[in-house]
Ligand binder design. Structure first.
Ligand code: KIV
Length: 290
C-alpha cells in the first residue's frame, strides 16, 4: 500500500519497479474516504456514473457538470489517492478550444489531478496541448463506451491481427503526446501485454487480462451493489447490494415489531422535568374534563 500522496511520478516509478497500481471508480465522499483509507492508488470519477449512479443504460447522457459535481465530492474524501476525472461525451468532440476549457474546468472546479479521454486519433493534438499546459492526461483505448452507437455493443476489441496492430500503433502515438497513463478496456490479454511491454507509460487494464501495469474496475461492480448482470472480467469482493437489502428488511421488521428504537436509542427528560410536565398535563386534562 502506498502511504504517501500518489502522483504521476509515483505511478511512473511503480511501472519501472514492476509494481501494479490499483484503481477503482468512485462518485461520492464516503466511498472516497473508504477507498483512500484502504490504500487504493487512484480513483477515476468515470462517466460510468451515468449507468451505476444515474441509472442510464449507457454513459452518453453524462454531462461535464455531472463529473465536476461528483469529483468535488470525491476530492473532499481523499488524503493520498490520485484523482482522475473523465471527460464525458460531448465535452471534447466539437472543438479543441472548448475541450481545453472543459478539461481545465475539471481540474479547477472538479479538483481533479488529471483528466481522461476516450479515444486517440484527432484527440492526440489536444492531449499534447493539455500536457504542455500542465494537465496530466490519461488516455483510454480499446472498447470506448462513448462510441457505443458506432460500434454497436460492448464487445472485446482488437481480436484480429490488423486491429491489434492498429491499437499498438495508437498506444505508441498516445505515449508520444506525454499522456501519463493509458487505460485499455476489453482487449485480449496478449495485446494488452504487448502494448504494456512496448510503451513506457503505465497501462491500466479493465477486461485486459493480468499483463498490464495496473487494474481498474467500477466500484459498484466490484462490491456487487446492484445485483444482476456483470461482465466476465469483474470479480465481486463483497456483496453490498444483498447486505443492504437484508439490513433494510431487518430495519422494517424491527420498526413493525416495536423493537426499534429501544430506550437506549431514544432521549429522555430529567425525572424532575418529566414530573412537572406530567402534573401540568394531568391538570390541563382534568380542567378540560370539567
Ligand atoms: O467511466 C469509467 O468508469 C471508465 C472506466 C471503466 C475505465 O472509463
Amino acid at each position: 500500500m502506498t502511504e504517501k500522496k500518489v502522483t504521476v511520478k509515483t505511478l511512473r516509478a511503480k511501472k519501472k519497479r514492476g509494481e501494479k497500481s490499483v484503481w477503482l471508480t468512485a462518485y461520492d465522499y464516503p466511498t472516497a474516504v473508504l477507498l483512500d483509507r484502504a490504500g487504493i492508488d487512484g480513483i477515476l470519477v468515470g462517466d460510468s456514473l451515468g449507468m451505476v449512479v444515474q441509472g442510464h443504460e449507457n454513459t452518453l447522457p453524462v454531462t461535464l457538470e455531472d463529473v465536476i459535481y461528483h469529483s468535488r465530492m470525491v476530492s473532499r474524501g481523499l488524503t493520498r489517492t490520485f484523482l482522475v476525472g473523465d471527460m464525458p461525451f460531448g465535452s471534447f468532440q466539437s472543438n479543441e478550444e472548448k475541450a481545453m476549457d472543459n478539461a481545465i474546468r475539471l481540474v479547477k472546479e472538479g479538483r481533479c489531478e488529471a483528466v481522461k479521454f476516450e479515444g486517440g486519433g484527432r484527440l492526440l493534438g489536444l492531449m499534447e496541448r493539455l500536457v504542455n499546459s500542465g494537465v496530466p492526461v490519461m488516455a483510454h483505448l480499446g472498447l470506448l463506451p462513448q462510441s457505443i452507437n458506432a460500434i454497436g455493443g460492448f464487445r472485446i476489441q482488437a481480436r484480429r491481427q490488423k486491429a491489434a496492430e492498429e491499437l499498438l500503433a495508437e498506444a505508441k502515438r498516445v505515449e508520444e503526446t506525454g499522456a501519463f497513463s493509458l487505460v485499455l478496456e476489453c482487449v485480449p490479454t496478449e495485446v494488452a501485454g504487448m502494448i504494456t511491454h512496448e510503451i513506457s507509460i503505465p497501462t491500466i487494464g479493465i477486461g485486459a487480462g493480468p499483463d498490464v501495469d495496473g487494474q481498474i474496475l467500477v466500484f459498484h461492480d466490484v462490491m456487487d451493489l446492484i445485483p444482476g448482470y456483470q461482465p466476465r472480467f469483474v470479480r465481486n469482493y463483497a456483496h453490498l447490494g444483498d447486505t443492504i437489502i437484508e439490513a433494510t428488511k431487518n430495519y422494517i421488521e424491527d420498526v413493525h415489531k416495536g423493537e426499534y428504537p429501544s430506550m437506549d436509542e431514544s432521549f429522555s427528560l430529567d425525572d424532575e422535568v418529566y414530573r412537572k410536565l406530567a402534573e401540568g398535563v394531568d391538570k390541563a386534562g382534568s380542567e378540560n374534563l370539567n
